[in-house]
Design a protein around this ligand. Structure first.
Ligand code: AMP
Ligand code: MG
Length: 510
């Protein structure tokens, strides 16, 4: 099947964005027209994300699905707003990889925020389509994304947002029958994603590596205005403010990843967002059984990007960003001090998150040991990360009450250790004199019941590849309310994977 000829068509578009990125200069981007998809079908969308852009639900008008499909597959765009792809470089798996860039992403423009309450002070959303064909930065790639990986990105974006984790959002997924070769022949899709900025650490590394210090300085000013409009401090170089803000936000992001048991899988510097948001959903995964060495990425044989290493990799990546910004900074010591602050910010944020997950109020001297002992218990038992925290809410502070059955059942090989830990935990709860029900309600707003487990995703993808999108829709509905209890007919969606479920096998191929 041939790619369709792109056709800029202003009247057909549902969105009329503007571009500002090109003002940085020609060395920052390329304007290769997107290739679109043959017979594009709007497969799934987020009505909530649509509202961020002021777009009506495509279901509200029978003409809208076709117009969405055209624009968000890259088959049509306003003539006065040509899509563009940006250049960046980066470190992959700890090694300098040179020039990368948007090899299959097109920025179709920026849209002023429709609902300021949902935009955390950002002036506009960038709208990017992923999978609409080759760009000058595609290298050996075909510029496409397959339905499998597009569903994974679409659902993860919405799931992470509703878990309260900063992330790029997903507007919609457009599918087609266009064949794409990966390990086998699959079909092409395009995901549209939104962020106040898609700038990556790698954008800065690119210009630093080339010694293009003027361009680097322009980028720093642009990034500060776009990403941290309120942080600019008089008399401080833009690059220093940037580095400090990105370090702080990345530390908080990592504390949240660790808390919800999210493993990104490919924390290369080109996948790190300057905003400190989750970016680029490839071979990601959520913890099932707690194994600190878990990584869903089967090509990461040294487990560089496994769960427990993520924070330290984030700091390594921040050092690479600091190195790139050095020509704009007063001295290397200032940069080292900022990046060195990561550990303390991250440690405090993680401690606060875990304290909340255990339902502890205030702070006591023994809390870090209590939390550490809980993590060791989980690891010894390989207990399910999500459910063990969720079920902890059923504990009572009453020293006579038995350990809740549902929790007891999760620790069959570590009953003695569980009982010992529980005694300490219960004593701690008793000292905070809060009603059990009030604590449980608090914990259930912190510890999700539903996370996007690999086996659920795989099942939804298998069905979607057979033309049935209903499971994907169900997962989207569940992902939007991860803290709610589920009705009995949905209990299988909140259970750990069945014992015979195949282990996740995910590569970077998407
Ligand atoms: P990733 O590992 O997905 O973060 O991608 C690393 C780099 O490879 C980025 O520059 C991507 O744009 C590019 N890339 C990944 N897949 C493709 C593809 N199918 N076609 C073109 N470029 C790609
Ligand atoms: Mg990437």
């Amino acid at each position: 099947m041939r790619n369709p000829t792109p056709r800029p068509a202003p009247a057909a578009c549902v969105l009329h964005p503007v571009q500002t990125y090109h003002r940085l200069g020609p060395e920052f981007y390329a304007t290769t027209p997107p290739q679109g998809l043959p017979a594009p079908r709007l497969m799934i969308w987020s009505a909530e994300a649509a509202r961020l852009l002021g777009l009506p639900d495509p279901e509200s008008d029978p003409e809208l699905p076709a117009r969405w499909a055209a624009q968000f597959s890259g088959s049509a765009w306003p003539v006065d707003c040509p899509p563009l792809s940006t250049v960046y470089s980066g470190h992959q798996f700890g090694v300098w990889a040179g020039q990368l860039g948007d090899g299959r992403a097109h920025l179709i423009g920026e849209v002023a925020v429709a609902d300021p309450d949902q935009a955390a002070g950002y002036p506009s959303w960038e709208v990017q389509i992923k999978g609409a064909g080759r760009t000058p930065f595609s290298r050996m790639g075909d510029g496409r994304a397959v339905l499998r990986s597009s569903i994974r990105e679409f659902l993860a974006s919405e799931a992470m947002h509703h878990l309260g984790v900063p992330t790029t959002r997903a507007l919609c997924l457009v599918a087609s029958d266009l064949p794409v070769r990966r390990e086998s022949i699959e079909t092409a899709a395009v995901v549209t994603r939104l962020a106040p900025s898609f700038l990556r650490f790698g954008h800065f590394e690119h210009f630093a590596d080339r010694g293009a210090h003027d361009a680097l300085a322009r980028l720093a000013d642009y990034a500060l205005a776009r990403c941290f409009p309120d942080a600019a401090a008089a008399g401080e170089p833009a690059a220093l403010t940037l580095l400090r803000e990105t370090t702080r936000r990345t530390a908080h992001l990592l504390a949240q990843w660790q808390s919800v048991g999210f493993v990104h899988g490919v924390m290369n510097t080109d996948n790190m967002s300057l905003l400190g948001w989750t970016l680029d959903y490839g071979p990601y995964g959520f913890l099932n059984a707690y194994d600190p060495q878990y990584t869903p990425n089967t090509t990461d044989r040294n487990r560089r990007y496994c769960w427990y290493r993520q924070p330290w990799i984030a700091q390594w990546n921040l050092s690479a960003l600091a190195h790139a910004l050095l020509p704009l900074l007063p001295d290397a010591e200032a940069a080292a001090e900022v990046v060195g602050g990561f550990a303390e910010t991250f440690g405090a944020a993680l401690h606060a998150n875990l304290t909340a997950k255990l339902g502890l109020l205030g702070s006591e001297a023994g809390d870090p040991e209590l939390i550490q002992a809980w993590l060791e218990l989980l690891a010894a038992q390989r207990a399910d990360w999500t459910l063990s925290h969720r079920h902890l809410a059923q504990a009572t502070a009453d020293p006579q009450a038995p350990i809740p059955d549902v929790l007891q059942a999760m620790f069959p090989q570590t009953q003695t250790e569980l009982a010992a830990w529980f005694g300490r935990y219960r004593a701690r709860l008793a000292r905070q004199s809060e009603a059990d029900a009030a604590r449980a309600a608090r914990m259930n707003r912190t510890n999700p019941l539903f996370v996007l487990r690999h086996h659920l995703l795989q099942h939804a993808i298998d069905r979607a590849q057979d033309g049935d999108i209903s499971e994907t829709r169900t997962l989207l509905a569940l992902a939007r309310r991860p803290f709610d209890d589920v009705p009995p007919d949905r209990e299988r969606y909140v259970a750990p994977p069945p014992a015979d479920a195949p282990a996740p096998c995910l590569s970077c191929s998407s």
